[in-house]
Ligand binder design. Structure first.
Ligand SMILES: Nc1ncnc2c1ncn2[C@@H]1O[C@H](COP(=O)(O)OP(=O)(O)O)[C@@H](O)[C@H]1O
Ligand SMILES: [Mg+2]
Length: 509
């Protein structure tokens, strides 16, 4: 393959808003000419802010954005060779398709060299001729497959057709880079699928760089040459769709891209790892040694269902869903759930065994900077369930300025809209220094066994594992031994929560 040139380069780009929150943190990325690159991440992770900095609607707080090697940080938006297609397209409802696309061109002035009566050459700003505009508009409409519809009133078009007009309006300016901010999110499922294919075709026809932003992993996997996975302003992983799907670098990426089984594990030998109550054979990988605490990722399609006693772990089929080509089963192995797929029809309640090819057991280093509980749930008393234990927490952090009313609903301070967070799926985070251990077993919200104790310079780092196989990593100045039973307590204000879906999913009124 030939070395493509870099068209956009983001170097140590940071964005801190007035409220002091860092929304984009040391973002580094080189985008190649003609590439289809996608930033993928949950709502609020800083995708739009990154795009707006490239477009010039927002300035980086620090760092540089280079276009073809030149710093464009101070160029105003209209002077940048980029165009943006927004999430919510704003077409002119009173204009037809042609005029919507031609609108910008009719206002545009380009420098032309003219000779005045005295024979002096001068540069004059001139409008484009009607013929040039006509050619450009028709070419753009051909790319988006709307060349038969130029006279149609935009208000009579379907959502997908309107979005194509919006794309035509962006590409008619012949940008070097097209920025697309969740352009398909307002479309229904079927239309979105069709448009994914069409966008990919447009990308090939145009040959320009597409810089795409989405929270939809399937969209990213389908269309992109490369994906940048982002979490709270920080790039987690950059790679091809195959690369990111097959070799997620950490539990966040694995969880975000496709469905995964993720477990806490402990290495018992260089090629053995213990999780969900059994010891499994796994690949020998550099950097993983006996006693290491790891995250295990297994894709559901890699779990084999076998007859009871003939696999690595025995379990019971707890649920099944017919998915067309295969069934999706949840197998309960002790207290753990294993998601798997199988084309055969088994009854719920059947005793089975599961097996996984060692090559399909992915080991990942646990990030020991914070305890992250990705499967936490809010209960009916606005507590957060971690593992199987409820912890008092402050749910008002999930909506800025909100309060709780006497019925336990979260209330928006401005709109007065109410939200019912019961059963809301959240990610809960607790700092390593925010967990207190005690020998008084009744004093905390849960208890567990110390499975690892490591002295780190001036303090101990413990891993406490509960009966539900939930781990708490704790920094402490006090001494315990492995296998000690301790209670775990966390103060209400030290639990940081993040909703997995948007808050609007929980609106009551
Ligand atoms: N102008 C602003 N002032 C303060 N905070 C902002 C501003 N714009 C966005 N944010 C915050 O920055 C974070 C990232 O926002 P955004 O880039 O829109 O995320 P995404 O597009 O990934 O959903 C959010 O927490 C958002 O509330
Ligand atoms: Mg956004």
């Amino acid at each position: 393959m030939d070395e493509k040139t870099t068209i956009i380069s983001l170097s140590h780009v940071c964005k801190v808003f007035e409220d002091g929150v860092t929304v984009v943190d040391d973002f580094n990325l080189d985008v190649k000419e003609g590439e289809f690159i996608t930033i993928l991440g949950p709502s609020g992770c800083g995708k739009t802010t990154t795009l707006r900095m490239i477009a010039g609607f927002e300035l980086p707080s620090s760092g540089q954005i280079l276009l073809n090697g030149e710093d464009i940080s101070l160029l105003p938006p209209y002077k940048r060779p980029v165009n943006t297609v927004f999430q919510h397209y704003a077409l002119f409802p009173h204009l037809d398709v042609y005029d919507n696309v031609a609108f910008g061109l009719k206002l545009k002035r380009i420098p032309v060299e003219v000779t005045d009566r005295k024979g002096n050459k001068k540069i004059k700003m001139k409008r484009l001729s009607a013929k040039v505009i006509d050619e450009k508009v028709l070419r753009a409409l051909q790319v988006v497959d709307l060349d038969e519809m130029e006279d149609r009133d935009v208000s009579t078009l379907s959502g997908g057709q309107q979005q194509r007009v919006a794309i035509a309006r962006a590409i008619v300016n012949e940008p070097k880079v097209l920025l697309l901010d969740e352009p398909l999110s307002a479309l229904d499922h079927k239309m979105r699928k069709d448009m994914q294919v069409e966008l990919k075709e447009m990308h090939q026809k145009l040959g320009i760089t597409f810089f795409y932003v989405t929270h939809d992993q399937e969209e990213a996997l389908t269309m992109s040459d490369r994906i940048v996975v982002m979490k709270r302003g920080v790039i987690q992983q950059v790679g091809t769709p195959e690369n990111i799907y097959n070799e997620p670098i950490n539990a966040f990426v694995a969880d975000f891209i496709g469905e995964s089984n993720i477990y806490n594990g402990t290495m018992t030998a260089p090629n053995r790892v213990r999780f969900i109550g059994s010891v499994w054979k796994c690949p020998v990988e550099e950097g993983f040694t006996t006693n290491d605490i790891v995250d295990i990722v297994i894709r559901p399609e890699d779990v084999e269902l076998r007859a009871k006693g003939e696999g690595i772990a025995d379990g019971v089929i707890a649920s099944k869903i017919f998915k067309g080509v295969h069934y999706e089963y949840i197998v309960k192995v002790g207290k753990n759930e294993v998601l798997c797929r199988d084309t055969r029809n088994h009854e719920v309640g059947k005793e089975v065994a599961i097996a996984v090819d060692p090559e399909n057991i992915q080991l990942m280093h646990k990030e020991l900077t914070v305890n992250e509980y990705g499967d936490a749930i809010i209960d009916n008393a606005n507590r957060v369930i971690i593992g199987e234990d409820p912890f008092e927490c402050d749910v008002t952090q999930l909506l800025k300025g909100s309060t709780l009313d006497e019925e336990g609903y979260l209330v928006d301070p401005n709109s007065k809209k109410r939200y019912d967070l019961k059963n809301a799926a959240v990610v809960a985070e607790v700092g390593l220094d925010k967990i207190a251990l005690s020998d008084d077993l009744g004093s905390g919200q849960t208890q567990g066994t110390i499975i690892s104790a490591v002295w780190i310079g001036d303090h101990w780092q413990y891993i406490v594992r509960t009966d539900d196989d939930e781990d708490f990593v704790v920094n402490s100045p006090y001494t315990w031994n492995e296998n000690d039973l301790v209670s775990v307590s966390i103060a209400k204000e030290d639990i940081v929560l993040r909703l997995k879906k948007g808050i609007e999913d929980y609106a009551v009124d």
